[in-house]
Design a protein around this ligand. Structure first.
Ligand SMILES: [Zn+2]
Length: 298
């Protein structure tokens, strides 16, 4: 697998790959077609060549969707995320949300876990630090090093829909694992290459989210990657995924050249309803399009 100076699968290290295939941007209609290679050993799919950081930054249009941080749906999503973080005892200590967006999940979690200090991190062009709630929440924007300079040892690190956006997820995971206390946990959610949804929709699977998703791990690839980094008690479980299914369904009938899929209006609500009907079957398959992961530091 040839991506810049790297030649191996970013998950398992294998050099055996499939032929490259390109995927257009069904969701936002950018003209860039991302080229992906799949690992023949673990099934992880990654862009090759890997776009530069400047190219990656340009893949996010101003109208890029972000979840609303108001209302019932937001609170339900936060509650599901927090339940994934527990049952680690979290009466105190430090929790990091890597890829925290506007910090909405941290605000929710800070109300629920009064003894815990929270850090949030977002990639940004220059280092900025924002403190909220009398110092209980610290948001760091900048390079990974800007975070590591300030981050105390953590009880828990959450990476929700983040690792699939990183050009070198192993580097970030390796650096973060060193900040975890012994017995501390890494939890997160990411699309699953090789899932039923991937096999059914092929290059129109929402998990590509091309060209913004860089490395899409398979269940085996993620397990292998976390084990190579020294994590133990690695658990991977199917996740509830109506919006991902909605995007796959809408992509399946998208014209080419691509025009984008608006996340509003009657058509989108229809796809979302269809995705919600399919989601229980996706969950029951055991190979759902999105997976939850959890691993502990030895
Ligand atoms: Zn692999």
């Amino acid at each position: 697998m040839n991506r810049g100076t790297k030649t191996d699968c970013p998950a398992c290290g294998s050099s055996r790959t499939s032929e490259a295939h390109t995927v257009p941007d069904y969701e936002y209609g950018l003209s860039y077609r991302a080229a992906y290679l799949s690992c023949k050993d673990c099934g992880t799919t990654a862009q090759a060549p890997m776009p530069s950081p400047a190219q990656l930054a340009a893949f996010y249009p101003p109208a890029y969707h972000s979840h609303t941080n108001r209302g019932l749906l937001h609170r339900l999503r936060c509650r599901m995320r927090l339940q994934q973080c527990l049952p680690l005892p979290l009466e105190d200590g430090v929790v990091l949300d890597y890829g925290c967006g506007n910090g909405a999940f941290l605000e929710y979690a800070a109300q629920t876990l009064p003894g815990v200090r929270f850090f949030g991190y977002e990639i940004g062009p220059k280092a900025t630090v924002t403190v909220r709630q009398q110092g209980r929440i610290t948001l760091v924007e900048g390079a990974l090093e800007d975070l590591l300079d300030r981050l105390p040892a953590c009880r828990l690190i959450s990476m929700n829909h983040v690792i699939e956006h990183l050009p070198d997820p192993q580097r970030a995971l390796s650096a973060l694992s060193r900040t975890l206390l012994p017995g501390g946990a890494l939890v997160g959610q990411t699309p699953a290459a090789g899932s039923c949804e991937h096999r059914m929709f092929g290059s129109r699977w929402s998990g590509y989210h091309a060209p913004r998703h860089t490395v899409v791990f398979s269940q085996n690839g993620l397990r292998e990657c976390l084990a190579r980094l020294g994590f133990q008690h690695i658990r991977i479980a199917p996740a509830f995924n109506p919006a991902g299914l909605a995007v796959s369904l809408a992509s399946a009938v998208s014209p080419e050249p691509v025009t984008g899929i608006p996340r509003q209006g009657v058509a989108w609500l229809g796809w979302l309803a269809a995705g919600t009907l399919l989601a229980p079957f996706d969950l029951l398959s055991g190979q759902s399009g999105i997976m939850n992961f959890r691993a502990e530091k030895a």
